[in-house]
Design a protein. Structure first.
Length: 382
């Protein structure tokens, strides 16, 4: 989604942001407004408790604490952030485990007909693996959401051991998004006075070394500043640089065509950072639309084909909402009977015709009751 310019500056909190931007597709004139979604109204819940638009269907592909059908692998508890990777004629869906002990990440392998043909572990011995991000070189960055947590680079194919990446900083990590154009990785921090970071690898494709930077704002001008001590001790990374721009509970992160979208749960916003113009805008704010359908913003992903964003809720009425390029926000799906859970890990398969996500605690409200879903249907391509 190619934002060409940002305009109509306005003050929000302590910093200035732009409240609109235009695109090569229909233009964003303001933050997204409540309206009818491109797929129509949600239908009554199906047998899996999923309310979907007409023409879409769901299935459960894995359940926490149970053996994945057709494999010998027990699916992990508290499934969280996820992503899809091409695998020959099929694909792989990876999923984090947001457990304080026994965290890590697992993977489901699908064949060309979308049958699950394998399931396996790709990361062990870590804590509270919340979100993360896929890299262009087909690895999964699994992020620890704990104080002075690490980023781990993992192999979705299960062939190479995971590597700890301390150069990417030790803080309460949430999500990561790779920018292959500027060759940097954006990182969110899940605390109420969190920062927005980027990691500049010494060599693109190798995350063993590089420079962690933090976004600052002085007099309305944004800049990136080096973090002196990425280890974050004794001073937290977010408190080392003057004029660090603060964000209230950083969550999901997604990059597309010069824009890094990220969410903040403390104020229910979706931000759009224009990486070329070095400006920031609000793509969504629940205080700036009537009857906002999207609350408890969390994980985010996007469709390269249509430019649509899919934002999962941690709270609200447990929906994945769509934000379209023509500035409409609307429910895409809703879970029924999952009131003590949250929706996590939305990811489209490489063909863009299947959406994966999890209910982290399922209908039981327990981390051992997680459910991972697949939704199939006529996803739009433009």
């Amino acid at each position: 989604m190619d934002r060409r310019n940002l305009f109509r500056a306005a003050v929000v909190g302590t910093g200035s942001v732009a409240f609109g931007f235009t695109m090569t597709r229909p233009s964003f004139a303001d933050p997204a407004q409540t309206g009818p979604g491109p797929y129509g109204a949600l239908q009554p819940a199906d047998a899996n408790g999923v309310m979907l638009p007409q023409g879409f269907t769901s299935r459960v592909v894995a359940r926490s604490s149970q053996t994945v059908p057709g494999t010998s692998y027990t699916w992990h508890g508290a499934p969280d952030g996820g992503a899809c990777f091409a695998d020959g004629n099929g694909w792989i869906y990876v999923s984090n485990a947001e457990l304080s002990t026994g965290g890590g990440a697992g993977a489901l392998r699908f064949d060309a007909s979308a049958n699950v043909v394998d399931a396996y572990r790709i990361l062990n011995g870590t804590r509270t693996n919340c979100a993360g991000g896929a890299t262009p070189w087909n690895t999964w960055l699994s992020c620890e959401e704990v104080d002075r947590g690490y980023v781990y680079e993992t192999d979705p194919f299960g062939e190479t051991a995971a590597s700890q990446r301390p150069a990417m900083g030790r803080f309460k990590h949430e999500a990561a998004a790779c920018d292959p154009d500027l060759e940097v990785i954006y990182l969110t921090e899940d605390v109420s006075d969190g920062a927005f970071y980027r990691f500049v690898p010494t060599t693109w494709g190798n995350l063993a070394s590089g420079q962690l930077q933090v976004l600052t704002e002085t007099g309305g001008t944004l800049a990136w500043a080096n973090v002196p001590d990425p280890d974050g001790s004794p001073t937290a990374t977010r408190n080392q640089v003057a004029n660090t721009k603060r964000f209230n509970g950083g969550e999901g992160c997604h990059y597309a065509n010069g824009v890094c979208f990220f969410t903040t749960k403390g104020d229910n916003r979706v931000w759009a950072y224009d990486t070329v113009a070095n400006t920031i805008a609000l793509a969504y704010d629940d205080n700036l639309t009537s009857n906002p359908p999207l609350t408890g913003v969390d994980n985010i992903t996007g469709s390269p084909a249509s430019g649509d964003l899919f934002v999962a809720e941690d709270g609200g009425n447990l929906e994945i909402c769509i934000i379209t390029p023509d500035d409409v926000v609307a429910p895409f799906l809703r879970l029924s009977g999952h009131g003590s859970s949250e929706i996590t890990g939305p990811a489209l398969n490489p063909a863009g015709n299947r959406l994966y996500f999890s209910s982290q605690r399922g209908t039981s409200g327990s981390t051992s009751g997680g459910m991972t879903f697949e939704v199939t249907g006529p996803f739009r391509s433009a």
